[in-house]
Ligand binder design. Structure first.
Ligand code: SF4
Length: 77
């Protein structure tokens, strides 16, 4: 797949990695937007399945207390 299909590709640059230029089709971090959305959904469902204490801890530590970031509602990558 061409690198332009990567979720992080933006005008020849990568908005996910700290690289000067997109690494192209051989990049190990290549991921389509659809795949990213699917993976986020799985993580979201897993976190939602945890008990309240664990869920709150993960949301606080990894999402700054904002579950909307995980759910893709707040414009993160
Ligand atoms: S460097 Fe990798 S992750 Fe970044 S836009 Fe290119 S293919 Fe995607």
């Amino acid at each position: 797949m061409p690198e332009q299909d990567c979720f992080a590709y933006q005008r020849g640059r990568c908005k996910a990695l700290t690289v000067e230029k997109c690494r192209g089709s051989g990049c190990g971090f290549f991921k389509t937007a659809a795949r990213l959305a699917g993976e986020r959904q799985k993580v979201f469902q897993y976190i939602q399945s945890l008990d309240e204490r664990k869920r709150r801890h993960i949301i606080d530590v990894y999402y700054g207390g904002n579950i909307k970031l995980l759910n893709g509602e707040e414009g993160c990558l």
